[in-house]
Write a protein that binds this ligand. Structure first.
Ligand code: NIG
Ligand code: FE
Length: 440
């Protein structure tokens, strides 16, 4: 997202990380292009006793510590470089959280208690809770109030190693409050050094005042929300909740057409509550299909032939107390490119933590730690069209790194619900974590 006031545009002295125990470069495997599939998802490109030099917000040199220390740029500017000894710890590309809903005001504690007492996500929504119950507070909120809440969410995600965030609107559901939500996302992004990709999710649910007139609401999304968001450059993608009780396949096609006409990319929430047919949506080349708790064999075969990323969000399954998780193994083994994201939102997944999502992916979806890490970095970047800038540690890419207080990358998902991110480098700026004393 571009902004004249971008926090990361301030002067950033070069940063040199040395003595990295395991640097997970995620560099592109040989003879490979496209999002990671199958066995390639396990290729972390590990360099031991490594170093990374960043300058001007970019990675400029990557290799063994003794090699990087010979970089002529270091000789030219001695004393100006911020050198950090990583003392054998693990460094990964900053996580790319490619699916979040941070534009809300309040937690949904009544939903939480009702679910504990046995109600399902759909029953809660029918009884007046769910997405619609987050709408009123967002409509009432001022743009600065909303943006402060969003920024707080970005900071919490960053404390867990996330440096790039896809942020959706979707709790306003009027033209004015969806655009306000997107503007608030832009304001928050301008005050955070990380990278934010905005998505218009006007088609999150049909608002109460359009009950029984859903096609008129879809028309409003297509003829007003999308063109305005595009014209004001407030969104890069349009998302639709294509599922039982939300929007139909036909609604989704109309919305995707409108998005394409306005030059915006598309993505969709699919197969969370019921099986959404995916093949009819593939001609729109969605950047991702997200959730995929239910997906049929034919659609899995189709996904394996496309670059649309299957973004799995097991935090939602965990928080909704579901026994069933998305069939990650089946998707990966069939050659579907899989990403992982938090789905940070007040209803189904109030977690800012990518490491916790990695733990869930390993324990509940049987992904290997290496697969989970690739899904949360380079494949997240592919899901946002940022594969040339994000998701791997390679010269020329943005200087986004996360340093963890561990010595083996498999500890990342192993210490579940822990907070071991010592600090991160975010577009070249160092972001320390309050709880960590490890940055000298
Ligand atoms: O991704 N499925 C639709 N949207 C969100 C839930 C949003 C909410 O409950 O507030 C999701 O799970
Ligand atoms: Fe979501």
């Amino acid at each position: 997202m571009s902004s004249p006031k971008k926090a990361s545009s301030r002067i950033r002295p070069p940063v040199l990380l040395i003595n990295i125990g395991q640097l997970l470069t995620l560099r592109e495997p040989k003879q490979h292009r496209g999002p990671r599939r199958g066995k390639d998802l396990q290729e972390l490109g590990i360099v031991e006793d490594a170093a990374v030099l960043c300058a001007g917000g970019k990675i400029v040199s990557v290799g063994k510590t003794h090699e990087v220390l010979r970089d002529p740029r270091l000789k030219k500017n001695p004393g100006q470089v911020r050198e950090i000894d990583c003392r054998g710890q693990v460094v990964v590309p900053g996580f790319v959280d490619s699916h979040t809903h941070p534009a809300f005001i309040q937690p949904r504690l009544a939903d939480f208690e009702q679910r504990i007492s046995g109600a399902t996500y759909e029953e809660i929504a029918e009884a007046g809770g769910g997405i619609r119950s987050s709408v009123e507070a967002v409509r009432r909120a001022s743009r600065p109030e909303l943006s402060a809440t969003i920024l707080a969410g970005f900071k919490q995600m960053n404390e867990q190693g996330t440096t790039t965030i896809e942020a959706k609107s979707g709790y306003g559901l009027t033209v004015e409050s969806e655009l306000k939500s997107l503007a608030a996302i832009r304001d928050a992004a301008a005050n955070w050094p990380g990278t934010v990709v905005s998505t218009l999710l006007g088609a999150h649910t049909v608002p109460r005042e359009f009950q029984g007139r859903s096609s008129q609401y879809v028309e409003l999304v297509c003829s007003e929300m999308i063109p305005h968001a595009a014209k004001q450059r407030l969104a890069e993608f349009v998302d639709v909740f294509t599922d039982r009780g939300a929007f139909s396949l036909e609604d989704t096609k109309r919305i995707f057409q409108a998005a394409a006409a306005s030059g915006l990319g598309v993505r969709a929430h699919v197969g969370q509550l019921s099986e959404t047919p995916l093949e009819p949506l593939l001609p729109f080349e969605p950047a991702s299909f997200d959730h995929l708790d239910q997906v049929n064999e034919q659609d899995i075969r189709e996904l394996a032939r496309h670059n649309t990323v299957a973004t799995l969000v097991p935090g939602a399954n965990f928080f909704l107390g579901l026994e069933k998780f998305p069939a990650a193994r089946k998707l990966i083994d069939a050659g579907v490119p899989v990403a992982l994201a938090t789905d940070y939102n007040p209803g189904s997944s109030p977690t800012p933590s990518m490491p916790f999502v990695l733990s869930l992916a390993c324990t509940h979806m049987k992904m290997l730690p290496a697969e989970a890490i690739a899904a949360a970095t380079i494949n997240g970047a592919w899901a946002l069209g940022l594969e040339n800038r994000k998701g791997s540690v390679e010269a020329g890419k943005d200087a986004d790194l996360a340093v963890f207080e561990i010595h083996d990358y498999r500890e990342l998902p192993y210490w579940f619900a822990a907070s071991r991110c010592a600090f991160s480098v975010v577009n070249g700026s160092i972001m320390t974590n309050a709880s960590s004393s490890k940055l000298e």
